[in-house]
Design a protein around this ligand. Structure first.
Ligand SMILES: [Zn+2]
Length: 332
């Protein structure tokens, strides 16, 4: 991430936060609003040798060390899957366990990583500009890890600051929340979000579909369309589902398929009650489904959501999801 790639709504929030004091911040909001980017910029600025009120200089040795992921005074605490996705090095032991297939990359923040972080926060700063612990997504700490962090948050060793970024802050221990200053992530205006998506390479009409599909959350929009779908597939999704076409979900995880079906269901219910759809254009939706069939479909999808992370058989689950959708949408 370089300076000019920083989204405008992140820059504004950064300036507001930098103007305030506090050794521990919690950035809270739903996914896709950029809490990780904001947390990293706060860390970068706190450690920068020549920071301004607007942020880090991007030229000093400290900024460079962050860019190449080797800053001795920054401890990044994330699930291993997130570390790998966001290009942060794992510690040697963890990397070799994963390379030798002794275990899979962890989706939780591991307690041994937390112990390293606690030890880190007690060391002296290497560059003399303090130290930062960045935790993301903070809700992925289990209770043991959270309690270890809590002790350090309560009695920070001098020059260490914390920035916790969370996409589900209600899942955090209340004691963690109460030790932090909480910043609620701001939603970008749709003009700002559309402009940003176009800077990332989408054309104007794609950007519109992407942002709508993600319910107005720009980073979710970008991630979704970079990995799984294209805008044309999204537009035609409701009609494909009502035909019983399973191939549309060919490259999707069950969890992504359930999300998409929930969005179709939400919008169909909205149409029935005379509200504007949120995730699709009204013309992309279908006529059909009764209030009762859509409501019970919505309940079934909420239940499916709970098993979608660990389905017994992906193919069978997708098949069942599509046939359930078809019957809900075709009922009168
Ligand atoms: Zn700098």
């Amino acid at each position: 991430m370089t300076d000019n790639m920083l989204a405008p709504w992140i820059t504004t929030q950064l300036e507001t936060l930098l103007a305030q004091r506090g050794h521990a911040w919690l950035l809270a909001g739903p996914t896709g609003l950029g809490q990780y980017s904001l947390a990293l910029e706060m860390a970068r600025t706190w450690l920068c040798e020549q920071p301004t009120a607007r942020g880090a200089c991007y030229r000093c040795a400290s900024c460079h060390a962050i860019e190449v992921r080797t800053h001795a005074d920054l401890c990044v605490l994330m699930p291993e899957t997130a570390m790998l996705a966001l290009n942060w090095p794992l510690n040697e032991a963890a990397q070799s366990d994963i390379d030798e297939k002794k275990r899979k990359a962890s989706k939780e923040i591991r307690i041994d990583a937390m112990r390293d972080a606690v030890e880190f926060s007690q060391r002296t700063s290497a560059r003399g500009h303090g130290k930062v612990v960045l935790v993301f997504p903070a809700e992925r700490m289990n209770v043991v890890a959270a309690n270890a962090l809590l002790k350090t948050l309560e009695e920070p060793a001098g020059d260490v600051r914390f920035v916790l970024a969370s996409e589900a802050a209600y899942q955090l221990l209340p004691t963690i929340r109460s030790r932090c200053l909480v910043h609620t992530m701001a939603w970008p205006t749709s003009e700002a979000a559309l402009g940003w998506l176009q800077k990332q390479g989408a054309d104007a009409s794609q950007a519109k579909v992407m942002l709508r599909a993600a319910g107005g959350r720009p980073q979710d929009a970008l991630q979704f369309f970079q990995s799984e779908a294209d805008t044309q597939a999204w537009i035609t999704l409701p009609k494909a589902v009502v035909r019983g076409d399973q191939t549309v979900f060919k490259d999707w995880t069950p969890s992504q398929a359930v999300d998409a079906l929930q969005k179709i269901c939400h919008d169909m219910l909205a149409l029935k009650t005379g509200v504007l759809p949120r995730f699709f254009a009204a013309t992309d939706l279908i006529e059909g489904g009764s209030m009762a069939s859509l409501t019970s479909w919505s309940r079934a999808l909420a239940a499916a959501k709970r098993t979608a992370e660990h389905p017994f058989n992906v193919g069978l689950m997708l098949e069942a999801l599509v046939s359930q959708a078809q019957s809900a949408l075709n009922s009168r």
